[in-house]
Design a protein around this ligand. Structure first.
Ligand SMILES: *Cc1c(COP(=O)(O)O)cnc(C)c1O
Length: 430
C-alpha cells in the first residue's frame, strides 16, 4: 500500500522526498485513543489526528448518529434549502457561544471559515460606507493556509514563498509568555497601532489563549479582555479564531470564556464534528448580519458559498458531539485529567534539554533547547515515539500532547513516559 500510495498521492505539509527513507504508516482502523496498522501495532493518537478528535476513533454514539443520518439525507444545497441537522446545530451553537453571537454561517473547513470571516468583516465596513482593507493579527499566529488565511498568519515557513500574493496585513506582538505583565505590554502596542491606523483596519484576528501551530504558545486572558475593549473603542472587529481552542480544549467550552468576552466573529471547526467530517462555521452578531440585510438591488448580500456547506452528515456528527458534552459533563472530567497531566509534567523540567513546560486545559507543551532547526529534533522524537506505540507530532522544538478527551490515566502515563524517554535519549549539546 505504501508503494501504491507514493505513486499517486501528494501528502499535505510534507517534503515528499522524506518518504524515501521515512516510511508512511498505513492505518487499518481506529478505536478510542488508538490507531491500528496492518501489522497489528497500535498507536496512542496523542495529537487527536491534527487536533480534531475529541471522543475517540469509531465512537459508537457518533457512529450511530451518522449512520442514521446517511439513510435519511446525505446532502442538499443550503442556498434556498435547509435541513434539520443544520437548523438544530445552529441553534445549539448560538446557545453555547458568547452571548452576542447570534448568526451561523456554514462553511466546510477551517481555512475557509477564516476566509469568510475576513471577507464579512471587510464587507460589513464597506456596506456602512467605510473602505477598510487592512487586517491586524498577532505575531506567531496561524489561521490556515488558503491565501487570505495565510496572509493573516505568521508562520514564515508556510508564508514566505507566497508573500506577493497576499492581502494587506500587519502584525502586533503576541504576549511573550503567560504572565499578566506580558499581556499588558502587548496591549500597549495594540493600542498605539489602533490609535494610528484604526481608520484602515477592518479587524483584529487572533487565536484566543493558545497559538496552536505557532508551537502551542500560550498567553494570559487579560490580553483578550484588553483587545476586546480596544477594538470596540476603535470600531475594529475582533475575530476569535477558535478552530483549535474551541470545544473544551482550553478547559472551558470556548477560550473566549476565560476572559468573558464576546467577539464580533468566531470561527469554529476541528473538534466541531468530533473529528469525523469536515465542517466549519463563522458565528457573528446581529449587528454584522443586519449590515447585509436589504433589498437585493442594493447589492449588499454576502455572496459566498462552498459546495458542501452545512453538510447533513457533518452536522449530525456535530450534534452527536455536543450531546456527549452535555450528558457526560466532559469539562469537569477534563479538568481532572488536566490535573493528572500537570502532576506528571514537573519531572520534565529536570531534563537539561527542556527549556520550559506549559499547559492550558487539555493542551500541554514541552519546549526543548539547544538544537537548531536543521537537526529536526521533532522528527527524531516522532520516529522514536512511533516505535513505542505513540503518535506524537512535535512542532519544531515543541513536543505537545493534545489527546482525545477519552484518554485514560494509564494511557496518559504511557504517552508521557514515551515523550520523556524520547527527550532523554536525544543528544544534548549547547
Ligand atoms: C487548523 C487551524 C486552521 C485551519 O483549519 P483547516 O481546516 O486546517 O483549514 C485555522 N485556524 C486555526 C487556529 C487552526 O488551528
Amino acid at each position: 500500500m505504501m508503494q501504491r500510495d507514493l505513486e499517486v498521492i501528494w501528502h499535505p505539509c510534507t517534503q515528499m522526498k522524506d518518504h524515501e527513507t521515512l516510511p508512511l504508516i498505513p492505518i487499518k482502523s481506529g478505536k478510542g485513543v488508538y490507531l491500528y496498522d496492518f501489522e497489528g501495532n497500535s498507536y496512542i493518537d496523542a495529537v487527536s489526528s491534527w487536533w480534531v478528535n475529541l471522543f475517540g476513533h469509531a465512537n459508537p454514539f457518533i457512529n450511530a448518529r451518522v449512520k442514521a443520518q446517511i439513510d435519511t439525507l446525505e446532502h442538499v444545497l443550503l442556498a434556498g434549502f435547509t435541513h434539520e441537522p443544520a437548523v438544530e446545530l445552529a441553534h445549539r451553537l448560538v446557545n453555547l457561544t458568547p452571548e452576542k453571537l447570534k448568526k451561523v454561517f456554514y462553511v466546510d473547513n477551517g481555512s475557509s471559515a477564516v476566509e469568510a470571516a475576513l471577507k464579512m468583516s471587510y464587507h460589513y465596513h464597506l456596506n456602512r460606507g467605510k473602505k477598510k482593507a487592512l487586517f491586524l493579527s498577532l505575531t506567531n499566529s496561524y489561521h490556515g493556509e488558503t491565501l487570505g488565511a495565510l496572509a493573516v498568519g505568521d508562520v514564515s515557513l508556510y508564508k514566505e514563498t507566497y508573500e506577493p500574493l497576499l492581502i494587506a496585513n500587519q502584525q502586533v506582538p503576541v504576549p511573550k509568555d503567560q504572565s499578566i505583565e506580558a499581556a499588558r505590554e502587548a496591549l500597549k502596542v495594540l493600542e498605539e497601532v489602533l490609535e494610528e491606523k484604526a481608520g484602515e483596519i477592518a479587524a483584529l484576528i487572533l487565536e484566543p489563549l493558545i497559538q496552536g501551530a505557532g508551537g502551542m504558545h500560550m498567553y494570559h486572558a487579560e490580553y483578550l479582555s484588553g483587545a476586546r475593549a480596544l477594538t470596540e473603542a476603535y470600531d475594529v472587529h475582533l475575530i476569535a479564531d477558535e478552530i483549535m481552542t474551541g470545544f473544551g480544549r482550553t478547559g472551558k467550552m470556548f477560550a473566549c470564556e476565560h476572559a468573558d468576552i464576546s467577539p464580533d466573529f468566531m470561527t469554529l471547526s476541528k473538534g466541531l464534528t468530533g473529528g469525523y467530517l469536515p465542517l466549519s462555521v463563522v458565528m457573528t452578531t446581529d449587528e454584522v448580519y443586519s449590515a447585509f440585510y436589504c433589498d437585493y438591488n442594493e447589492y449588499k448580500a454576502f455572496l459566498h458559498s462552498h459546495s458542501y456547506t452545512g453538510n447533513p452528515l457533518a452536522c449530525s456528527a456535530a450534534l452527536a458531539t455536543l450531546e456527549i458534552f452535555e450528558k457526560e459533563d466532559i469539562l469537569a472530567q477534563n479538568s481532572q485529567k488536566a490535573l493528572y497531566i500537570e502532576k506528571r509534567l514537573q519531572r520534565f523540567m529536570a531534563l537539561p534539554n527542556v527549556k520550559g513546560v506549559r499547559q492550558q486545559g487539555m493542551v500541554t507543551a514541552i519546549e526543548l533547547q539547544g538544537y537548531d532547526a536543521e537537526e529536526r529534533i521533532g522528527l527524531k522524537i516522532y520516529e522514536y515515539a512511533l516505535t513505542q506505540g505513540v503518535l506524537l507530532r512535535p512542532l519544531g522544538n515543541v513536543i505537545y500532547f493534545m489527546p482525545p478527551y477519552i484518554i485514560s490515566e494509564e494511557e496518559i502515563d504511557k504517552m508521557m513516559d514515551v515523550a520523556y524517554e524520547g527527550i532523554r535519549k536525544l543528544e544534548i549539546r549547547n
